[in-house]
Design a protein around this ligand. Structure first.
Ligand code: GLA
Length: 744
């Protein structure tokens, strides 16, 4: 059993390698005791030890050592002496912001069914138990349920809070985070994934220091700027070893991920919906549930943390149907044609795609309304017959006739002022009456908190799916919300819009994926601007970045893989010079990077020279031959692009029998230092063939494979040497095959 309750007041949650302990405080609130490597036999008297502090508000005059300001807690409140930032805050009808949630009961539920109205984790009774602790505030007439789902085999605990109003008056929820965790010291470095358009999820870190440090999004999208994730790692932690906590939020809107180090060197980690611009009117008889937060701990460095996240998301978050379905190799026409295409061009692209082994053609932006650039027609999801005279149905038939699957781009949440939709429903665009509207990419955002808006988009997309027999949808979202206000909400509920908007997005995803379970969805937001666990619940893959440059992708894919599995990362081979950087890299290099993800092609292959087409055909065949490894295998990061000129990673099948490693070198190095590629996670006592050479696992991991320099300078001086050949931007691939069982 993963959940134990002792003495009616000590709760012990156990995963295979971690323990999570909390207790009931004398006030009835929940105290936190421990999270970390598994404890065999907790000594509760020790874990509950608590220092007497001068000048502190205490819980009662006869408990001078007990102050909420320094006790570790599970879901702390504000107003009874804890001056750190709380997990939640309410405003009662009389204006008071005090609450006192005291324990009344708990229950344990085996298994967690998949419920699709809102993204949430799920699992069979053998994989997850949930402890729900019920607390009541009799004055506010509110119930608080704190739930802890224990996914033992993947060392993950998922938390969520639910507030219920059992009284007669509306109570305002001003803050409702998904989790709070008080750690006993602050000797950690905080890792975050931050960036911007075209450089999403770069890895940054800084030592924790006293006070508040946070990443957040106020954009109503999880955002390219910061990802809803943070990790705390002991100094010295690297990819293969060290203690690290990872936190990720299953939500796609504004978030706050914060670490606060207090005056006694304890660290409070909180994660949830950003309280800035959030508010909820909890009316009598209703409930509000926070999104879920994922907590994990590993002793095995960042790879250990990532393996936990990857295994958890694969088994307990991604849509089950798609997890083991091989994802098609696609061609997307965006960088091939931008808005300049017609039916003949698409069919030519499709023919060539089929010839090189591509399986799915995705028609990107510009197929609808009168959209020939980014200024018009969002919202008018009817085909442009000037470009596509046979309609979506005709094009779908033609593409399917070539033996390809067919996919289409939508941006369902958006509206152009120049559109029939705007002419009919100007009030559907989010704006504040009599105020300036702030355009972004010439477009505005539809009010997805309104059911009629979601209905209209469902009808339009559903009709297109049926008409074109779509196999795939790329759901894009290319701007953040400004002038956040809904014409459909009363004044007191305006701060609900951010959450209600995301709920509308989830509702549309839910309806479409239930009506068309065979359609594969890929989420996108100006590239990877909404790459989060909430989106992945419906759309099992996401466009990682609009930056398709192979060198840039090393940092982006490395950062993304901190949290998200390979099967979620769209990675395309694009043209050179690259459209974002003008960099010229070889096809082999571009493919070797795009192989580590869900492979696509995004260039005009009708214009490729024959020799490159042949090479592309071979590369796609090689990817398809290894597809289940590259999409489902266990990724281990080896050499970080943030540390120097080289990047390396490997992917192994779960059974450890075969794998592929890649080492990329960005710039050529004259007379370089010695380089050895050390693999990881192999069986030290088993024999492996690496690119045909025999090694024992121990040598591969401890000494590594010698990496000779890319070129011998003496050869470059020979007259026969191709003087145009450059050695920047190179990739080497290593196939790994286990050939002999471990010798004892
Ligand atoms: C965004 C996406 C791109 C492409 C364009 C189309 O930028 O990230 O992949 O779909 O929109 O306008």
């Amino acid at each position: 059993m993963t959940i134990h309750v002792t003495d009616d007041r000590h709760f012990e949650l156990s995963t295979d390698h971690t323990s999570y302990l909390f207790n009931i405080l004398p006030t009835g609130e929940l105290g936190h005791l421990y999270y970390g490597p598994r404890l065999r036999e907790p000594n509760y008297a020790n874990l509950e030890a608590n220092e007497f502090r001068m000048v502190m508000p205490v819980i009662a005059a006869d408990r001078p050592e007990m102050s909420l300001d320094h006790l570790k807690q599970e879901y702390p409140s504000y107003g009874h002496g804890d001056f750190r930032y709380p997990a939640y805050q309410i405003t009662a009808p009389n204006g008071a912001r005090i609450s006192e949630f005291a324990y009344v009961s708990h229950r344990i539920i085996a298994g967690k069914p998949r419920e699709t109205a809102f993204p949430a984790s799920f699992g069979e009774p053998e994989t997850v138990d949930t402890l729900v602790v019920t607390l009541v505030d009799p004055v506010a007439e509110l119930t608080l349920e704190l739930s802890f789902s224990v996914f033992a085999a993947v060392d993950v605990i998922v938390r969520r809070a639910t507030f219920r109003n059992s009284g007669q008056q509306t109570v305002a929820l001003d803050r409702a985070l998904s989790m709070s965790l008080d750690l006993p010291d602050s000797a950690y470095e905080l890792y975050q994934l931050s960036g911007a358009w075209a450089r999403e999820r770069h890895l940054y870190h800084r030592p924790l220091t006293r006070g508040v440090q946070a990443v957040s999004s106020t954009r109503n999208s999880s955002s390219a700027q910061h990802n809803p994730f943070l990790a705390l790692a002991r100094p010295g932690t690297d990819e293969q070893q060290g203690a690290v906590f990872g936190f990720s939020l299953i939500y796609s809107g504004s978030f706050l991920a914060q670490a606060e180090v207090d005056y006694y060197d304890t660290t409070r980690v909180t994660l949830g919906i950003d309280p800035f611009e959030f508010g909820w009117q909890l009316t009598p008889g209703t409930a509000f549930s926070t999104p879920e937060a994922i907590l994990t701990y590993s002793d095995d460095g960042f790879n250990g943390m990532s393996h936990n996240f990857h295994r958890f998301m694969t088994a307990h978050l991604l849509p089950p149907h798609w997890v083991h379905t091989p994802r098609p190799v696609l061609i997307n026409n965006w960088e091939a044609t931008y808005f300049d295409f017609d039916q003949a061009k698409l069919i030519a692209l499709g023919k060539q795609a089929k010839a090189v082994g591509i399986e799915l053609l995705v028609l990107d932006d510009g197929w609808f309304g009168v959209r020939n650039d980014a200024t018009t027609s969002l919202g008018d999801w009817q085909v442009n017959v000037q470009k596509l005279p046979d309609g979506l149905g005709g094009l779908g038939q033609a593409i399917h006739g070539l033996g390809l699957k067919f996919g289409l781009w939508f941006e369902p949440e958006m509206i152009s002022v120049q559109s029939r939709l705007y002419a009919a429903h100007p009030d559907w665009a989010i704006h504040v009456p009599d105020r300036r509207m702030t355009p972004s990419r010439n477009q505005f955002v539809l009010d997805f908190s309104r059911a009629e808006v979601v209905d209209a988009m469902f009808e339009a997309i559903d009709a297109a799916i049926v008409d074109a027999q779509l196999d795939y949808i790329k759901w894009d979202m290319n701007r953040h919300i400004t002038e956040l206000y809904s014409l459909a909400l009363p004044p007191a509920q305006q701060k609900e819009l951010g959450y209600r908007y995301i709920q509308g997005v989830y509702t549309l995803y839910d309806r479409l994926t239930r009506a068309h379970p065979e359609v594969l969805f890929e989420s996108c937001a100006s590239g990877g601007g909404r790459f989060d666990a909430g989106m992945l619940f419906y759309a099992p893959q996401a466009w990682t970045s609009d930056d398709t440059d192979a060198v840039e992708r090393l940092k982006i894919q490395w950062g993304t893989s901190m949290v998200y599995p390979l099967s979620t990362m769209g990675a395309h081979i694009s043209a050179v010079p690259n459209h974002q950087t003008r960099r010229i890299t070889s096809l082999a290099m571009r493919a070797a990077v795009a192989f580590f993800g869900v492979l696509g092609v995004e260039l005009d292959i009708t214009r490729l020279p024959e020799a490159e087409l042949d090479e592309l055909r071979d590369l796609i065949a090689a990817y398809k031959a290894q597809r289940s490894l590259l999409q489902q295998g266990v990724l281990t990061r080896l050499e970080s692009p943030y540390d120097g000129n080289a990047t390396a990673w490997q992917v192994m099948r779960a059974d450890g029998r075969t794998g592929l490693a890649a080492r990329y070198q960005v710039m050529a190095e004259p007379n370089p230092d010695d380089h050895w590629l050390r693999l990881a996670g192999l069986d030290p006592a088993a024999a492996y063939l690496v690119n045909g050479q025999r090694f024992m696992g121990d040598e591969l991991m401890h000494q590594g494979i010698f990496i000779p320099q890319l070129f011998d300078i003496r050869k470059a001086r020979e007259p026969s040497f191709d003087q145009t050949h450059a050695f920047d931007f190179t990739a080497r691939l290593f196939t790994i095959t286990r050939i002999e069982e471990a010798s004892v």
